[in-house]
Design a protein around this ligand. Structure first.
Ligand SMILES: [Zn+2]
Length: 145
């Protein structure tokens, strides 16, 4: 599992720090609807993926990818539920109170491995500069744009 103190070493993202009122930092902080799960991105995403696979189309997630461990996630796993399916390489994580899909993460993290964060848990302004790509996870496993 991800160490809870990941992200503490990034000064600009310190929630209690001097820069707490900077707009960019606020945009990097998101949460599920009820606030039990809170996420802080290490940087603004440049790209995000909409996937049509059987789970993504149901969740309606807009996924941005980060190196596993670089996104600060509070309230996980104590406030989350997980769903593991298929080849059982990752878990889809949601808030167990409000049900919002927050992220997915590898079951067995490897160095440099990625995980996905659902940008729909963040201020809509964060998505404004993001290039959204459509991924055909249902069939060809390729981008279709
Ligand atoms: Zn919630």
């Amino acid at each position: 599992m991800m160490p809870k103190d990941q992200g503490e070493s990034i000064p600009s993202l310190n929630r209690t720090g001097r820069h707490a009122t900077m707009p960019e930092e606020q945009l990097l902080q998101g949460s599920c609807h009820c606030g039990a799960v809170r996420l802080t991105l290490p940087s603004a995403p440049e790209k995000a993926t909409k996937c049509n696979c059987s789970i993504c189309r149901r969740l309606g997630g807009l996924w941005a990818y980060y190196e596993f461990g670089t996104v600060r996630i509070e309230g996980h796993p104590e406030n989350t539920a997980e769903y593991i399916w298929g080849d059982k390489t990752l878990r889809n994580v949601r808030c167990k109170t409000c049900g919002c899909a927050t992220h997915w993460e590898p079951l067995v993290p490897e160095p440099g491995g990625r995980h996905g964060v659902n940008l729909n848990n963040f201020d809509p302004r964060l998505q404004e500069g993001v290039q959204v790509r459509r991924f055909d996870g249902a069939d060809t496993w390729k981008f279709i744009d």
